[in-house]
Design a protein around this ligand. Structure first.
Ligand code: HMH
Length: 217
């Protein structure tokens, strides 16, 4: 039996719930998120997405050619997303040259390390990273301004469809070696690492107070 993306979520529901349901997102929904918390997330996520762009580029180098369309559409969307982050940061007078916090650096390292993995492992991680935001921003339901715009970026139907395509491609990659147990373990570990890092990323921003974050201003 080949491993599938859905079977990973079913096997580790708690890890996935921790990755996608967090007090940070609940506080955006209720409007009680503090500016330092939100701005820390925004700056650190910009730094994350820069490195994530390299991950997608790396996946492209090992993907079969018939998977290029989906990956290239993701790359094009990232160009727009990085511009959008810079505009949002400018509106809030945030310094995007701030240092990455340890949790962000840990996520970078994980993503850089994936380059040595087989395509199916990389495709599984890419799917999990995008699904975490797709579900995380969608699950709370409609958010008040200014957070609605953020929720829509990752919760919109086009992005949801993109994540579904990533899932199909990851499943296809996994299905190519149904008897390779080492590959399955590796893909599972990547999925669990993404879940843990996603939870940590929300927690990092949620914990941020004026005294813990020197990067704002
Ligand atoms: C931490 N995970 C994190 N940031 C993002 N922007 C995404 C996933 C989705 O691209």
């Amino acid at each position: 039996m080949p491993l599938t993306c859905q079977s990973l979520i079913q096997a580790y529901p708690q890890a996935w719930q921790d990755a996608t349901i967090h007090p940070f997102l609940a506080a955006c929904k209720s409007g009680s998120i503090q500016p330092q918390q939100f701005n820390t997330w925004l700056v650190q996520d910009y730094l994350f997405v820069n490195e994530f762009t390299r991950l997608v580029a790396g996946v492209l180098t090992v993907a079969p050619a018939h998977h290029f369309d989906v990956l290239l559409s993701g790359m094009a969307a990232l160009k727009d997303e990085l511009e959008w982050f810079r505009a949002k940061a400018a509106e809030r007078n945030l310094n995007l040259s701030s240092p990455a916090q340890p949790t962000c650096v840990e996520y970078w390292r994980f993503m850089n390390g994936l380059a040595a993995s087989q395509y199916a492992v990389q495709a599984t991680a890419l799917w999990a990273i995008e699904l975490a935001y797709n579900q995380g921003w969608q699950l709370p339901g409609s958010m008040p301004a200014p957070y609605a715009e953020f929720a829509d970026r990752w919760g919109n139907s086009g992005f949801t469809e993109y994540v579904r395509q990533l899932e199909q491609q990851a499943n296809e990659g996994l299905a190519r070696s149904p008897d390779d147990l080492q590959l399955q373990v590796h893909a599972r570990d990547a999925f669990l690492a993404v879940a843990r890092l996603e939870q940590g990323f929300w927690q990092m921003a949620f914990n941020s107070t004026n005294s813990t974050d020197s990067s704002l201003e």
